[in-house]
Design a protein around this ligand. Structure first.
Ligand code: MG
Length: 371
């Protein structure tokens, strides 16, 4: 790749794959990682997993798949401006949500509670588990055998207890080191994407209104610009223009502030990145404005009673599925029963976390409805 900064991840300073493979022809190591992610089963399942709105509620709401694509788009643009490894950012962002349960955060909270006595459930760790172990596509290994830097980027957070069991990718959580700038960027691209598309989806659903959003400075400021420039524009377009401008402001701010942080830090290598403070970040003003937007979304969208009702149903579904399998593992498909001998309750978590929203609903009916 041309024009990479000396502190970017490259084929020169990569720590490579767990199982050594020949260098790919005609594409970089990280392009190969991205390709493996796109061809995985878990990636296709993202299409039918909830972001905020359950998949069948409407055709135009974001799903985990479209969310991941938006994160990748934002991440790649910023990576290119910062001369970071765009292919690595693309691979991390496309894989970052592979371990998510059905029904978004509600599903994940329920599964974590159900797994309380068996080690708990963390979606970041599950994403890593998908690419390290659960995908069954290759003859020579389980998982996708991705490069270290892609794996460390996927593992955004993990408890210290779990970090100890992970070896190389867990180490930085114990030694207080930073991941690559590409991983730091993927994380913030995620934030830009969901804050903005949740505004768009929230307005589309009617659960939040433009009037309410006028209290949110980053929204009202950009909307005022749009209306001034295009008086009389239809509301739907005003929303899209406003969201587009917000994404642009955030991505530009992230690029400029990160550039300043990198310059001021004096880093010259990937090793410097790892022992430095986090360097990819927003300016103080924008960071605060984003906080206000996040708070607004929590209060008015994620905690809206209609979302809460759906979340409540989702939690009961996941909880009942888990309890039923846990009471009698003969109810699990045979493949999982065999794995249960060795891996115990993690297998139930793997099975449930792998379900799409509609698969979980179907499975619930198969277990509980007498038709
Ligand atoms: Mg995400």
């Amino acid at each position: 790749m041309n024009n990479l900064a000396p502190y970017a991840v490259s084929s020169v300073n990569t720590q490579g794959r767990r199982m050594i493979e020949k260098t790919p022809l005609g594409r970089s190591e990280f392009q190969r990682d991205r390709d493996r992610i796109i061809h995985s089963t878990a990636f296709r399942r993202l299409e039918y997993k909830t972001q905020v709105f359950v998949n069948h509620e409407g055709d135009l709401f974001r799903t985990r798949l479209t969310h991941s694509l938006e994160v990748a788009q934002i991440g790649r643009s910023v990576a290119r401006s910062l001369h970071l490894n765009e292919d690595l950012v693309e691979a991390i962002t496309l894989a970052h949500d592979l371990g998510h349960t059905p029904f978004g955060h509600a599903g994940q909270d329920a599964l974590n509670r159900a797994m309380k006595d068996f080690g708990g459930f963390e979606h970041n760790l599950q994403s890593l588990r998908v690419v390290d172990a659960l995908e069954e596509r290759y003859a020579a290994f389980d998982g996708l055998n991705l490069c270290f830097e892609t794996r460390e980027g996927i593992l955004k957070h993990v408890t210290k207890k779990n970090a100890r069991k992970l070896g190389d990718v867990g180490e930085r959580f114990l030694t207080n080191h930073r991941p690559s700038l590409e991983a730091q960027l993927a994380n913030l691209a995620d934030e830009i994407a969901y804050n903005n598309h949740d505004v768009d989806d929230g307005l589309r659903s009617g659960l939040i209104t433009i009037m309410q959003l006028e209290e949110v400075p980053i929204f009202s400021r950009h909307m005022a610009e749009v209306i001034k420039q295009y008086p009389g524009l239809l509301q739907r377009r005003v929303i899209h223009e406003t969201v587009r401008k917000m994404i642009n402001t955030l991505a530009t701010d992230l690029t400029q502030q990160s550039m300043r942080n990198i310059k001021n830090s004096g880093i010259t290598s990937l090793d410097d990145v790892r022992s430095s403070l986090p360097l990819i970040g927003f300016s103080e003003k924008i960071r605060r404005e984003q906080q206000v937007l996040k708070k607004f979304l929590h209060l008015n969208l994620y905690n809206h009673y209609q979302v809460a009702r759906m979340s409540n149903k989702a939690q009961h579904t996941v909880e009942r599925l888990f309890n039923e399998f846990n009471t009698d593992i003969r109810l699990l498909p045979e493949k999982y029963q065999q794995k249960f001998q060795k891996e115990k309750h993690q297998v139930i978590a793997d099975y449930i976390a792998g379900m799409t929203d509609r698969y979980a609903i179907k499975e619930y009916r198969r277990l509980f409805a007498i038709e």
